[in-house]
Design a protein around this ligand. Sequence first.
Ligand code: RIB
Length: 294
Amino acid sequence: MITVFGSINLDMVIRVADFPRPGETIPTRGFAMSAGGKGANQALAVRRAGGNVRMVGLTGADSHADLALALLKDAGVDLSRTGVCNDSTGLAFIQVEDSGENTIAIVKGANGEVSVATAEATLADLSKGDILLLQQEIPLAAIDKAIDLAKSAGAKSVLNTAPFQTDYIALANKVDVVISNETEFDALMPGTGPRVERARAFADENNRLLIVTLGADGAMVVEPGREPVVVPSPKLETVVDTTGAGDTFCGYFCKMLADGADPVAATRMAVKAASLACCKNGAQPSIPLASEIE
Ligand code: RIB
């Protein structure tokens, strides 16, 4: 079983030709509301990859929660440990420009209420062989506790270091697998030397698997004591929207690991899925099914 412990958002998305500059007012090309949140997106990616997955997180008792959870429910993600709290459902305000790049501002809402107590109440029965997938959109103490619970159960912990937050850095030293983009990795392991050397040092020092996603260039797999391997990405003619591509990568990667794939094979599948996710609008609406990848 794969458990995702993380955020649930409703995304408010506008498309713009170019991001507005400070002080500028611009027209948009359109507006859409769709389900999002890094945790929820990753849970849906596991499910669309064909895996069994449980989503643990919090929403508000509001109508936004229904929209935020609708695709997870339809897909058959186990929501039995997703709770409701007094704060409102998390929101993400997203601008996507014609290049497909985005900016995201978050109202954390209920995601900010996820706590050590939430972890204790929902993750106590993790077991050996399980995978716990985490991101950094909920409070640090809750993630820290979840990692400890996974460790004592013999479950594998996988941390996606997005969104990057300086005070969360120590978490990367506690987990079995770290998935970072280039910017996040450079902040985790700063230095002037080539990234590949720093990545090798990070994996060797901590004896854990590191994946550095490289955007359009694919991803680098760094296993302790081995030569790093770069898995290229398929070339896309048009990038529509990159929102959720990283989440798609994480979900597919964990599903493949759970099936016993080696890290390079898991990355190959994850890179293809993440590329396809850039071809449609929205975070959750763009996550492909495994059959679409084949
Ligand atoms: O990674 C994309 C996600 O980041 C969006 O769905 C948004 O909700 C933010 O959490």
